[in-house]
Design a protein around this ligand. Structure first.
Ligand SMILES: O=C[C@H](O)COP(=O)(O)O
Length: 214
């Protein structure tokens, strides 16, 4: 299972969470990556943890003030990027352009989607993975794998029907080892989570619990 921890814009210490994620990944053998704010990418990458961007724009080098350039996040140490997060939606054309940008910069990609129908649509653009997240469950206490297992199974079937090479992750409310195991049993190959770690009193303990069943 892949555990992708999105720090969003939460007021946590990105380097401390990253160091904890690095240690827990090393101790458990579970692949864990951290996606901080763009301005914190180099600080997070310096810890040695696998580092991801939260977004890249569908642009190339040039006159694009304020846009996040894929090559710049790669220079800062990112190895992958989220795209089309529920809190940063893109048009289909922009997802396509951002995937091209990520490809140029050699970034792995996870495209987020609300439901299995959207999973099918974005899987057709051939990202490395898709992440299904029902927006109403994001930031809550109940995991998607408990509240809506059918959406995870539907996402797995939708991606498989379009492109079996596209991995499927799920997210929203994931915070415990039980949640991670449930996601795996529904066919997900990873989880995308945020508040369960970034807002935890002890992010290291939260990460240890998360991987305890793997
Ligand atoms: O990017 C992460 C997802 O939006 C899930 O967030 P959450 O774990 O706080 O529900």
């Amino acid at each position: 299972m892949f555990v992708l921890v999105n720090l969003k814009a939460y007021p946590c210490d990105p380097a401390a969470v990253a160091a904890a994620a690095r240690d827990v990944a090393e101790a458990s053998g579970v692949r864990i990556a951290v996606a901080p704010q763009a301005a914190h990418l180099d600080r997070v990458a310096a810890t040695g943890v696998e580092t991801w961007a939260q977004h890249v724009a569908p642009v190339e080098h040039g006159s694009h003030t304020g846009h996040t350039l894929a090559e710049a996040v790669a220079d800062a140490g990112a190895e992958g990027t989220l795209l089309n997060h529920s809190e940063h939606r893109l048009t289909l054309a922009d997802i396509d352009g951002a995937l091209d940008a990520a490809d140029r910069a050699d970034l792995e990609t996870v495209v987020c989607a609300n439901n299995p129908q959207q999973v099918g649509a974005v899987a057709a653009l051939a990202p490395d993975a898709v992440a299904v997240e029902p927006p109403e469950l994001i930031g809550g206490d109940v995991s998607v794998s408990t509240a809506d297992p059918g959406i995870v199974e539907g996402a797995v079937a939708a991606a498989e029907a379009v492109d079996p090479a596209v991995d499927v992750y799920c997210g929203a409310g994931v915070s415990t080892g039980e949640d991670l195991a449930a996601a795996g049993s529904l066919g997900a190959e990873g989880v995308l989570l945020a508040s369960g770690v970034a807002k935890a009193d002890d992010p290291r303990a939260a990460l240890e619990d998360l991987v305890s069943g793997v």
